[in-house]
Design a protein around this ligand. Structure first.
Ligand code: MRU
Length: 349
């Protein structure tokens, strides 16, 4: 399995996703500030991987402290959490993971645990999130794999694979599971401008698994659908609002519209940590604006005239109406999502 992030005695080791596929190199983060930097610069990216990375960042922050007691450490702990929370705004998994670490700290400090004990338990919690993420991917893969056709083309956008999680992947987990179930799937990977997660990362990890994959430019999907070459779309999500609106990589909404027009099912695969029932609709999801340079430059070379206006929203929102089903580790949800999400929230894992 591709080691997206690994805990080591020295800190967290990340495969550098900015360098793939040409270079397989690793970055070691030994402090929480370094973890925050690798999230911001997208050495690690993808909603579930960002969440677990932040949890390890919090654990590292606790290990770095010179404080002697939980009370003395408390204000520093808040600073660590705030720094990690300020890295990327859209993936709710980040806030979910930090929230879980904060709740654990509060419970332990409140029960009179020593700082040493708290440090150990924070690290254990990050390890638990890591394992739970892989298990969730495998379970949603089994649910989602059953929805894909016995044979045919499956389009995906961005990278919602092993590299975006602690392993196996969400959308690519569904595809992996379908292939493991004996289905003959050919993946079409949108290149995903401007950061090229599809061309660089999805293609790389599917090829490593021997799953037939073709990279297409983002503007080619309509034509392929019209020719009947795409039987299903599966994407991941960064945040799913209470009404089922889905924030995911910019361009996902385009794909959803095309799928609806061509009668192709559009599936979203995401762990429950991506569901944000506190956000009523997609309108309220914060959309990250990334540096202009990601659009103006390609492989270090400037592609646009000096001074031209540039926009770089990293995500868009696909209205729930376009979503055929949401695949989670708790099961497959169908519209009306406001009801199915609320009902599933009550299901004990
Ligand atoms: O900007 P990125 O690369 O972090 O965006 C990633 C995506 O949009 C993924 O589709 C999403 O996080 C789901 S990952 C399982």
């Amino acid at each position: 399995m591709i080691p997206t992030l690994t805990w080591t005695a020295a800190g967290v080791r990340f495969i550098d996703q900015t360098k793939l596929p040409l270079e397989e190199s690793y970055v070691l983060a030994t402090t929480y500030e370094q973890v925050a930097d690798v999230i911001t610069t997208m050495v690690v990216r993808g909603a579930p991987a960002i969440g677990v990375s932040a949890a390890y960042g919090v654990a590292l922050g606790a290990m770095q402290t010179k404080a002697k007691t939980p009370e003395e450490f408390a204000p520093e702990f808040e600073k660590v959490c705030a720094r990690l929370a300020a890295t990327r705004p859209t993936a709710v998994n980040l806030f979910w993971a930090i929230g879980r670490m904060k709740a654990l700290f509060a419970a332990l400090a409140g029960s009179g645990a020593s700082l040493g004990e708290i440090k150990e338990k924070l690290l254990a919690e990050a390890h638990a999130m890591y394992q739970e993420d892989i298990a969730a991917c495998k379970t949603m893969g089994a649910f989602g794999g059953a929805l894909l056709p016995e044979e045919g083309g499956v389009l995906t956008h961005c990278n919602a694979g092993a590299l975006a999680t602690c392993g196996y992947g969400t959308a690519l987990g569904v595809i992996r599971a379908a292939v493991e179930q004996g289905k003959r799937i050919h993946v079409f990977a949108d290149e995903t401008r401007p950061f090229l997660q599809g061309a660089r990362l999805t293609a790389w990890e599917l090829m490593a698994d021997g799953i037939p994959t073709t990279v297409i430019c983002d503007n080619m999907a309509a034509s392929l659908m019209r020719k009947g070459q795409i039987q299903a779309v599966v994407v991941g999500a960064d945040r799913i609002a209470a009404n089922g609106d889905v924030a995911n990589k910019i361009g996902t909404y385009n794909v959803a519209i095309l799928a609806k027009e061509h009668g192709v099912p559009f599936y979203v695969a995401a762990p429950w940590s991506t569901i944000d029932l506190a956000t009523p609709t997609g309108e309220a999801i914060p959309i990250e604006e990334r540096p202009q340079r990601e659009v103006t430059h390609h492989a270090g070379k400037q592609m646009t005239p000096n001074g031209v206006g540039i926009r770089n929203p990293a995500f868009d929102v696909t209205p729930a109406d376009y979503v055929t089903a949401i695949i989670t580790e708790r099961g497959v949800l169908r519209a009306p999502y406001a009801e199915s999400l609320r009902a599933m929230e009550l299901v004990v894992r």
